[in-house]
Design a protein around this ligand. Sequence first.
Ligand SMILES: *Cc1c(COP(=O)(O)O)cnc(C)c1O
Length: 526
Amino acid sequence: MGTAQFFAADINSARTPEAHLAESSFIFHPDNEKSFRLTIQHGLELICDRLRNTDAPFSGISPKELAAKFESVNLEMPHDSLHQTLEELHTLYLKDAVYFHHPRYLAHLNCPIVYPAILAELILSSINSSLDTWDQSAGGTLIEQSLIDWTCDKVGYEKKLGDGVFTSGGTQSNLMALLLARDNYFNQQGYSIRESGLPEGGSKFCILTSEVSHFSIQKSAALLGLGYDSVLPIKCDANYRMDIEALRSCLKNCKAGGKIPLAIVATAGTTDFGSIDPISQIVEVCREQKIWLHVDAAYGCGLLVSRQHRAKLEGIELADSVTVDYHKSFFQPVSCGAFLVRDNQHLSLITHHAEYLNPLCQSQEGTPNLVNKSLQTTRRFDALKLWLTLRMMGPQLLGDYFDRLLSLASRVHQKLLLDSEIEVLNTPELSALVFRFLPNVGGEKANAINFCELNQNVRKSLSQAGAAVIAGTKVNELSYLKFTLLNPQTKTQEVLEVVELIKSHGRKILTDSDQTKSRSTVQVSN
Ligand SMILES: *Cc1c(COP(=O)(O)O)cnc(C)c1O
């Protein structure tokens, strides 16, 4: 095969010390266009080969087995050819990777991605703009700002008042939200945490969020010097949405106990259930009591472009800040997220001017330096992915994809309700289903079964067999299984096949353990 060998030779010659010039052929530079093209072409072939030949979401390999393959790798000794390099990569990574595009990958909030975004990844990495300052990005800064303005518009924020910045994802966005909520509160008291640190009596401050909100709220509270204990979990209703009466009574208790709420965090799409807190009602509470409202829409942000279900986010336009994760619900590759605020003034709480990078005078001259609103300094041009996606596909198609997920989830839910061996816990608001396998066995036999262990083992068994990758979670101390449906191409039938796999693996586990038990009984009696 011409090109592979040719390129092998090309790189081989680069290894000889005399071939000084050829050695720099790895650098992105017009002199090296030929090797650049070949490298990318070979990479593309490899990816397409995997795409064609991936017949399971996962091979089922164990960490130990895979780690053993790394033993022969010597990072001091590069390969002689691209061919060898890619072959090794195939063995160590691609062959046993977890493939989110596969119809039997139904586990976490990982979406299959759209290819305009992959093209963007190639372009943004090649040019390697850094989005902290105008002088490292130029048009990149304007592209990001346009997308922020567009997203703010979808949220319903007022033009020119709403603002935001791209982030690495929901965790960073939630941290920014709580940072601004905290510092804004203290600013209003005439106290600058940024300059003076946390004041005495920090333990009286609290953050209220539902009991099923994302753990990054707790983590952020800890990072902000408030501690896990400052996060007060609010009870949910039967469909895992924040109970507004419980919120009100918690606030009452806070006041009575001398506690000061810094923020209420509503979740639009909880990680486990996809449930959406009653945003409009929470807005009312926040307005009455002058508390910062953050809406974590890391998962639910897909609704922003939905034609059928946008109303589920009603009230979000009144939130002080919003988290969106394009890498969860806009079919974008990791990382791609954003943090938005209703009033751009609040972002100045994190602005820091460094003379060498973004001096104050540049802001005064009107130079847009996005680092002024970001926790990161050097920052990827992730916005380009969403840009090419919108320019090639348009927002409507993305929204239609998201709508398809919601109807898929609803169809699967209907089927699960009819299945006497499946207990479903939630009615899906988005595309997540929590359920467990409860086999139909006689009364006495059923008493002997540990259903939590059984469901955990089903999940493991499916993964080890490479049959399907599904998630697990615990609700009220009991183990459940979870589907997160994020592939708009997946058919109801394909999901139901996984349900059948769950049942057949479950039955096999029960039979096997019966046999083990009876064998050990026989041994004892011998
Ligand atoms: C995934 C998730 C996050 C965290 O987002 P990352 O992009 O993983 O950092 C936050 N909140 C919710 C509700 C999530 O589902």
